[in-house]
Design a binder for this molecule. Structure first.
Ligand SMILES: Nc1nc2c(ncn2[C@@H]2O[C@H](COP(=O)(O)OP(=O)(O)OP(=O)(O)O)[C@@H](O)[C@H]2O)c(=O)[nH]1
Length: 307
């Protein structure tokens, strides 16, 4: 460092004294090489929030550049794994000796996965928003992963009401008539036959899991796959007509309220090895201008609360 440059962090006194829980930088743009089970290492464009505690009540401030440069080393020289994350937080703290005892990093990015179509054998990219939160607090490492999975939800109530209208239309059209198989079949295939359709909507399941503090690797893809297999109607990437028809069938066979989705995900996550979990299901209704929302947590003492 040039000797003649003022260093306010050392020379100036703080305007007020006191401990600060977190100080650092938000929204740092940083490409990282993500390593996650079942996927070749891939580059992700992350937004990072990097913080340390300011435990020295008299100190003017922290050294922002040290956090930034440590993160840059992770970006340029390493891969993102639970191990390198913990090392990075260690580095945040050791580079602030006497000032800070805790560190945290939030990474937000979109994980692009190759997804197969339902029937046609085509493939396409689908993006999954991911947040990785890591904290090193009093020597304890905490690591949590949040994924957003988009799916389609068809309202069971609306489906029942639509079925009733279809029966009414059948009544009105054919009451007291002797009908042949062909006549019924043709009517069912006509627009007149399907006089009403239930509403369905794009929905998002937001699943947060607490990973073991000694996790060696991320396993983001398995979590996403399990959520999609549970909900049955994930939003599709490549779609030909046969895929669209299969999607319609899956929607019809999996009518779902937000409560159903939250309960299914809770049942999925309960036996898995996650230390804690939190689920938030949002059905962005097409019936209303507001959303249908359901939340669930594992329910352990001192654990996640619904949010
Ligand atoms: N602590 C702090 N620094 C800030 C803030 N806003 C901008 N900075 C700047 O962040 C820059 C980097 O700070 P340091 O990490 O202390 O930089 P440095 O003194 O060159 O680096 P070291 O020699 O490692 O301490 C400085 O120029 C600060 O002025 C702020 O709100 N708080």
């Amino acid at each position: 460092m040039p000797a003649n440059m003022p260093d306010i962090a050392h020379s100036a006194s703080a305007l007020a004294h006191g401990r600060l829980e977190w100080v650092g930088m938000g929204n740092i743009e940083v490409p990282l090489t993500l390593e996650t089970k079942g996927l070749a290492p891939c580059t992700i464009a992350a937004k990072a929030d990097a913080y340390v505690s300011l435990d020295d009540e008299q100190a003017k401030g922290i050294h922002m550049s040290r956090l930034f440069l440590a993160l840059d080393t992770l970006s340029c020289e390493q891969s993102l794994t639970p191990i390198t994350l913990q090392q990075l937080l260690d580095q945040f703290i050791t580079s602030h000796e006497g000032l800070s005892q805790s560190a945290k990093l939030r990474l937000e990015f979109e994980l692009l996965l190759r997804r197969k179509s339902l029937l046609s054998g085509k493939q396409g990219w689908k993006g999954y928003p991911v947040v990785i939160n890591s904290v090193l607090l009093n020597g304890q490492f905490k690591l949590e992963l949040t994924v957003d999975v988009a799916y389609s939800s068809t309202c069971p109530c609306s489906a029942a009401l639509a079925r009733q209208l279809i029966q009414n239309a059948f009544d009105a059209k054919f009451k007291q008539q002797e009908l042949s198989f062909e006549q019924v079949k043709n009517w069912l295939g006509s627009t007149e036959g399907i006089v009403a359709t239930p509403h369905s909507q794009r929905s998002i399941a937001q699943v947060k899991v607490l990973l073991s503090h000694n996790s060696q690797e991320f396993d983001i893809v398995t979590l996403i796959d399990l959520i999609e297999a549970t909900l049955k109607t994930p939003v599709q990437a490549a779609v030909k007509r046969e895929d669209e028809q299969e999607f319609a069938r899956l929607n019809g066979q999996n009518l779902i309220f937000c409560e159903d989705a939250a309960r299914k995900l809770k049942a999925l996550l309960e036996p898995l090895a996650y230390s804690d979990f939190s689920v938030r299901v949002n059905h962005y209704e097409s019936l209303h201008a507001h959303d249908a929302v359901a939340m669930a947590v594992k329910g352990i003492a001192g654990g996640y609360t619904p949010e």
